[in-house]
Design a protein around this ligand. Structure first.
Ligand SMILES: O=C(O)CCC(=O)C(=O)O
Ligand SMILES: [Fe+2]
Length: 314
């Protein structure tokens, strides 16, 4: 901590290189907080260029003394960011970490339960345009886990500006949310993303990071299309998992089609955003209505036509 504070002072005094050097030296010396900080900077290209080998190196330093760093290093190897670890190998490693790490223990419990419990099934809502409900996609424990792990990361939601391609706040969407980027894609989130791929008949790599949203009070997502005009690798499908049930209102509404839908906890709504010719299907305009009481939590996965590389395309 002390080293990070010193580094912050150097940074504000106009010596960013000195600040980074200080943190790097502390990381080498086994300061896990410094190691985690600089590993994130190298992953995201902050205070210097992006470098996966360096991120890997500093995470290994921090992992000597920090359970958090050991877990993060595992997630990033399991999701392909820092190498390739099979799901089975990753679970083996998590099992070892779980011996003295309560977070890993909680994740192992969810992974073990899933092996016994997976029982989702698809119900058609509309043939054309294609809308389906996938019942029981996530268990209630998985829904609770996503809320718990994303709660500290929730920020006011933004939209993708079709003109600039950049994200910005907009009154169209007043919820709070968090995208679970590869550093948050732990083995449980990875398993849920795999399950979404299986349930949608798509490849896991086509999914954008799972996006957690929470609406309370008058918060809403006004009518919009998930397909973004001009996007080359389009959002062909959207899957929305309802993580809570103890709220009123809050349906997903399709004004053009006259549907208002809402799943039970763990159910997912899956719909196609494109016409057969690959252009946005204008009938698929939809809205997240405000919850008239309680808080509505969802997890959205926007699925692209082709693989989406979050580090390159995001
Ligand atoms: O909140 C809802 O029901 C809709 C969410 C939505 O449209 C989205 O996440 O793209
Ligand atoms: Fe949407």
């Amino acid at each position: 901590m002390a080293k990070l504070e010193d580094a912050k002072r150097l940074f504000h005094a106009g010596d960013p290189d000195g600040a980074v050097a200080l943190v790097a030296a502390a990381a080498e010396d086994g300061d896990s907080e410094a190691g985690l900080a600089i590993a994130h900077w190298r992953l995201f290209g902050l205070y210097g260029p992006r470098s996966l080998p360096q991120a890997d190196h500093y995470l290994r330093c921090a992992a000597r003394t920090s359970a958090e760093a050991r877990r993060l290093h595992l997630y990033l190897r399991a999701n392909g960011t820092l190498g390739t670890l099979s799901h089975e190998q990753a679970v083996e490693e998590l099992r070892d970490l779980a011996v003295d790490d309560p977070v890993a223990q909680q994740q192992m419990r969810l992974l073990n339960a899933a092996e016994e419990e997976e029982n989702w099934r698809t119900e058609p809502v509309s043939e054309t345009p294609s809308i389906r409900m996938v019942r029981h996609l996530f268990s209630s424990a998985e829904c609770a886990y996503l809320q718990q792990m994303s709660a500290p990361r929730l920020r006011p939601s933004t939209i993708l500006d079709p003109q600039t391609g950049a994200r910005r706040p907009d009154p169209v969407r007043t919820s709070v949310g968090a995208a679970l980027s590869p550093v948050e894609e732990d083995l449980v989130v990875g398993m849920l993303n795999r399950r979404i791929a299986a349930a949608t008949g798509t490849d896991r790599m086509q999914g954008e990071p799972l996006h957690i949203l929470r609406y309370s009070g008058a918060q809403e997502y006004r009518p919009h299309h998930d397909a973004v005009a001009g996007l080359e690798n389009q959002r062909s499908h959207t899957l929305i998992v309802y993580l809570t049930a103890d709220y009123e209102g809050g349906e997903t509404a399709f004004p053009e089609l006259g549907f208002r839908l809402r799943g039970r906890q763990g159910d997912a709504l899956l719909f196609a955003n494109l016409r057969e010719d690959g252009r946005p299907d204008l009938r698929m305009r939809h809205a997240g209505l405000p919850a008239t009481s309680g808080a509505k939590w969802i997890a959205t996965r926007w699925i692209r036509t082709r693989p989406y590389h979050v580090w390159k395309d995001g």
